[in-house]
Design a protein around this ligand. Structure first.
Ligand code: NOJ
Ligand code: NOJ
Length: 707
């Protein structure tokens, strides 16, 4: 009897741990799947009666459905698990338009990619069944979870479907028609034409992305609809979300969107903020967004650097400087989500057919800071180079499932290292040796060290001397056992973190990995998630050596109530402390303190509110109006680009507006300021404005600039 009870308890806590662990995504290795192009696991849904004629069994029309489905992914769970995949990102599974948008009946262009939603509450019939039920989806999620694989859903909150063909933007709520872009009496959509300037903040958020009917998230019905839709995915046990086109959705609203999920149980979010590199005009906006919203980002600057260096043969300094710039700007750089290939860019092997280079890039990706994504088929060297290999030719049907390719084996080994050595998920990054072709870098989390040496030159070996490492004295064999031509390393005792390595030679196109997973004496914290939330929100801290008996977590001296405690993971509830940015302190049961980690306590659940200030003070080019106020959501009277809220938008200059997520039911004080290009601040006169935020829905407040 007793035995049975504890068995039940173990089952229960395993369930809780699964959902809490979703907030610490750093140990994961994500595999990106375009569901339609992976495996046809159920031929009965290939040409469903609800939307006939959109399927091409010959796989010659690249814009048609090709038969892949959720059941097909489920059939390949062992293949994925044995590769070390711990999370799958699936293309949007929601119901897409039922007729073609472009092309012709014999050559239709359809929503096989999932980005042309018509009903966010239902599952697409080509991926599940003809009644758009959740059965196939739920089956996949449980099969994945029982194999230790998390599920990431791609959620496109920016738009429905094309406004110039097909269903003209039609939106349904679980089968009930709501509106279409060309039949929009309630203002559910924006009607401003296509984005032409991708550096213009107003156009990005309020214009259309390539004719896709742009949703008006400030409309209370759309706000509520999208929040219910994502809540439904959480109820179906999704672990994390990839947010499509976050740069094109209303930024302030997205804070409340993520918060709606954090409020109800938690998840990990990463957004697609498309940009070239750290010199992008909106790069600063990107890290301000990530640091304040709780939404991490796909690491586009690193993607550019990896492709430049490994495919186009640029020097390693490009990767090195990208890491140091991003690490100094992003508060949570280990949460950035890194990738080599995706559904939107030509595959690496199209740019450079050298498979060694792809292997080297993958070894770098999985050991570098950030959470790595492998795009489906890269482990099989899948590519199609038609017309430069971009969309849709970067989305061929998955054609082989060999478990013996070098790529497959490499991913298996390095994924295991992410689990066994905390330097990879939680550690710092340091360059130890570099020339144009060679990059030796070290990851470190207390006594956990991983040192990686890459020589990408195809023919020249390099003799390395003067290399130092935090690895203690000893000899280290190549963790990859020579899979990519790596060698061993001998280290002697030096001082501090700098132990000299004996001279060594890195063969042409080789990767060596040396590592030690050491213990720690004190508890060591490597992760917190979510990174922002109001009192009552559940938060997970991960790391090592927390001890098996329950210790304490405190914020600003106030102890949090602990929901679960293990040696590597603790879940607590944000206590009632004043809103602000804090260093969270964990201590083990004997009172030994860990390192602290940053967390933002919000005032209350977030509600999107649109501020308008009319007839603001005149500005010069490069000056912007911001709003600042008395709570953390309003920047606590901050007056810099990073701390005030904005820049506001001025399509009707000198009137400015901005959507900001504010604490529900609270009365806030605020003012508008002009921040000049050189940082000079001009305050409006008069007393503070005051506004009481609604407790649900969306809000609006309009004032005149006070002269
Ligand atoms: C970006 C996605 O990654 C891309 O594949 C899609 O077509 C657009 N967003 C529109 O949803
Ligand atoms: C946009 C400009 O870039 C900004 O600096 C300026 O304040 C307003 N337009 C008004 O000219």
């Amino acid at each position: 009897m007793r035995l049975r009870l504890s068995a039940y308890l173990i089952c229960f806590s395993a369930l809780f741990l699964t959902s809490a662990a979703a907030q610490d995504f750093k140990k994961q290795l994500i595999y990106e799947i375009i569901t339609d192009r992976f495996v046809d696991g159920d031929t009965t849904n290939d040409n469903p009666s609800e939307s006939p004629g959109l399927y091409d069994s010959t796989h010659t029309n690249w814009y048609a459905y090709w038969g892949g489905d959720l059941a097909g992914i489920q059939q390949k769970i062992s293949y994925l698990k044995n590769m070390g995949v711990t999370a799958i990102w699936i293309s949007p599974p929601v119901d897409n338009i039922n007729i073609y948008a472009y092309g012709s009946a014999s050559s239709p262009q359809v929503g096989y990619h999932g980005y042309w939603a018509r009903d966010f509450m239902r599952i697409e019939e080509h991926f599940g069944d003809n009644s758009n039920s959740w059965t196939a989806f739920d089956n996949l999620v449980s099969a994945a979870h029982s194999n230790g694989i998390k599920v990431v859903v791609d959620f496109a909150a920016n738009h429905t479907n094309p406004d110039n063909g097909g269903e003209y933007g039609s939106l349904y709520n679980d089968g009930t028609f709501m509106a279409a872009w060309n039949n929009d009496p309630n203002g559910y959509f924006h009607h401003n034409g296509n984005i032409t300037n991708y550096n213009d903040r107003y156009q990005l958020q309020y214009y259309e992305l390539e004719d896709l009917s742009d949703l008006n998230q400030e409309n209370a019905t759309i706000d509520g609809y999208l929040k219910s839709a994502i809540a439904q995915f959480v109820q179906h046990h999704v672990d994390a979300f990839r947010l499509d086109a976050v740069k094109d959705v209303t930024w302030g609203w997205e804070y409340s969107f993520a918060n709606s999920v954090f409020t109800s149980g938690g998840s990990f979010f990463f957004g697609e903020w498309d940009q070239g590199n750290t010199s992008d005009p909106l790069y600063h906006d990107s890290y301000k967004f990530a640091n304040h919203s709780g939404i991490s980002l796909l690491d586009f600057p690193m993607n550019t650097a990896i492709r430049d260096v490994f495919a186009s043969n640029n020097n390693f300094s490009e990767i090195d400087s990208t890491i140091s710039t991003e690490d100094s700007n992003f508060t949570w750089s280990n949460d950035l989500v890194t990738f080599i290939d995706s559904q939107d860019i030509p595959r690496f092997l199209t740019l450079n057919s050298n498979q060694n280079r792809l292997n080297e890039a993958e070894a770098f990706l999985i050991t570098c800071r950030g959470i790595p994504i492998i795009y489906y088929g890269d482990e099989q060297y899948l590519h199609n180079d038609t017309s430069g290999g971009g969309d849709p030719y970067n989305r061929p049907m998955m054609s082989s499932f060999s478990t013996t390719t070098t790529g497959y084996q490499l991913i298996t080994k390095l994924s295991a290292l992410r689990q066994s050595n905390n330097a990879l998920p939680y550690g710092t990054s340091q360059q130890r040796w570099m020339n144009d072709d060679v990059y030796i870098f070290e990851r470190q989390f207390y006594n956990n060290v991983v040192l990686v040496a890459i020589n990408k030159n195809d023919t020249t070996s390099y003799a390395i001397s003067g290399l130092y490492t935090a690895l203690p004295a000893g000899t280290y064999s190549d963790y990859l056992s020579g899979l990519l031509g790596g060698v061993g390393l001998t280290v002697t005792t030096g001082s501090g973190n700098n132990n000299p390595a004996s001279a060594l030679t890195l063969a042409a196109h080789s990767v060596s990995v040396w590592q030690l997973a050491g213990g720690t004496t004190a508890p060591a914290v490597g992760s917190i998630g979510p990174t922002i939330g109001q009192p009552g929100v559940s938060v997970t801290i991960a790391g090592q050596n927390f001890g098996s008996s329950t210790g304490t977590v405190s914020i600003n001296g106030t102890k949090a109530s602990i929901t679960s405690w293990s040696s590597t993971q603790v879940t607590f509830t944000v206590p009632n402390v004043a809103n602000g940015v804090y260093q969270v302190q964990l201590a083990n049961s004997s009172g030994t303190k860990a390192n602290t980690i940053q967390f933002t306590v919000l005032t209350a659940k977030l509600i999107p509110v649109t501020f308008t200030v009319n007839n603001a003070t005149p500005t010069n080019t490069g000056d912007y109006i911001f709003v600042t106020g008395n709570t953390i959501e309003l920047g606590q009277w901050g007056t810099t680009f990073d701390t005030a809220i904005g820049p506001m938008l001025d399509p009707n200059y000198p009137n400015w507006f901005l959507n900001v997520s504010l604490p529900a039911g609270q009365t806030v004080q605020f003012k508008f300021i002009d921040i000049a290009a050189n940082g000079t601040v001009t305050w409006e006169n008069g007393s503070n404005h005051q506004y009481t935020v609604p407790t649900s829905g969306t809000g609006n407040v309009t004032v005149n600039w006070q002269y």
